[in-house]
Design a protein around this ligand. Structure first.
Ligand SMILES: CC(C)(COP(=O)(O)OP(=O)(O)OC[C@H]1O[C@@H](n2cnc3c(N)ncnc32)[C@H](O)[C@@H]1OP(=O)(O)O)[C@@H](O)C(=O)NCCC(=O)NCCS
Length: 206
C-alpha cells in the first residue's frame, strides 16, 4: 500500500490529500505543527508535527508540504530535506502541463491550471486551481500562484512570492522575492523584493 505523509492539515492540505487519493495514494496521513488543536479529519489520521514525521519518515513512500503561506511552507520544506521518503510532486489530471516545462520537487499543480511551454517552476510551489503560468516564465522556490491568477509569458517571480487570487501579471514583468500581489491586482511593471502591491495598475501598499 502506497503511504503518503502530508505536512499541513488545513484547507489546502485537505485539497492536496484529495488529489493524492485521486492519483492512487492509498494511505494518507497528516502532520501539522498545531496537531494537538486541529480537529481530526475522520478520513485521515493526524500523527503529530514535522519532527514526528522525520522520526517516522522511513514508513512513508512520499511526503509533501501542503501549507498556503509561502514562508512557512519553505521553512517546513527545509526541515524535511533529509527525509528518507521522497518529496513528491502532484499534478491534477485536469490541468495542462507542457512537456517542455520543468517542475521542482514538492510542487503541486491543482485542477484547471495551465503551465505552458518552457516555464520553469521551483521547489515547493503551488499552482492553485484555475491559475495559468504561460510560456518562458521562471518561478523561484515556494511561490504560490493563487486560484485564477494569470501570469503572462516571460515573467520571473522570486522565491516565496504570493500571487493573489484573480490577479493578472503582464508579460515580461520581473517580480522580486517575498512579494505579495493582492487579490485582483493588475501588475504592469516590475516589483522589488518584499513589496505588497494592490489595485489596477498595481501599486505598493502604504
Ligand atoms: C493585499 C493583502 C495581503 C492586504 O492584506 P492586509 O495587509 O491584511 O490589508 P487590509 O485588509 O488591512 O487592507 C488594508 C487596505 O488595503 C485595501 N486592500 C486590501 N487588499 C486589497 C486588494 N487586494 N486590492 C485593493 N485594495 C486592497 C483595503 O481595502 C484597505 O484599504 P483602506 O485602508 O482604504 O480601508 C490582502 O488583502 C490580499 O489581497 N491577499 C491575497 C489573498 C489571496 O490571494 N488569497 C488566496 C488564498 S489561496
Amino acid at each position: 500500500m502506497k503511504k503518503l505523509a502530508i505536512i499541513g492539515a488545513g484547507g489546502h492540505g485537505k485539497v492536496v490529500a484529495d488529489l493524492a487519493s485521486l492519483l492512487g495514494w492509498e494511505s494518507i496521513s497528516f502532520f501539522d505543527a498545531a496537531w494537538k488543536d486541529k480537529p481530526s479529519d475522520p478520513r485521515r489520521p493526524m500523527l503529530g508535527d514535522t519532527t514526528a514525521f522525520m522520526e517516522k519518515s522511513k514508513e512513508f513512500d512520499g511526503v509533501l508540504i501542503a501549507i498556503g503561506n509561502c514562508e512557512y511552507r519553505w521553512n517546513e520544506f527545509s526541515k524535511i530535506n533529509n527525509s528518507t521518503s521522497p518529496i513528491i510532486t502532484l499534478t491534477h489530471p485536469n490541468s495542462t502541463v507542457s512537456q517542455y516545462s520543468k517542475i521542482g520537487d514538492g510542487t503541486v499543480i491543482l485542477a484547471g491550471s495551465v503551465v505552458n511551454t518552457d516555464a520553469v517552476i521551483g521547489k515547493a510551489c503551488i499552482i492553485n486551481v484555475g491559475a495559468t503560468v504561460d510560456h518562458d516564465c521562471i518561478l523561484g522556490n515556494s511561490v504560490h500562484v493563487a486560484p485564477g491568477a494569470h501570469i503572462s509569458g516571460g515573467v520571473t517571480i522570486g522565491d516565496a512570492s504570493w500571487i493573489g487570487v484573480g490577479s493578472a501579471i503582464k508579460q515580461g514583468v520581473r517580480i522580486g522575492k517575498n512579494v505579495m500581489v493582492g487579490a485582483g491586482a493588475v501588475v504592469i511593471s516590475d516589483i522589488p523584493d518584499n513589496a505588497t502591491v494592490v489595485g489596477n495598475p498595481a501599486r505598493t501598499m502604504t
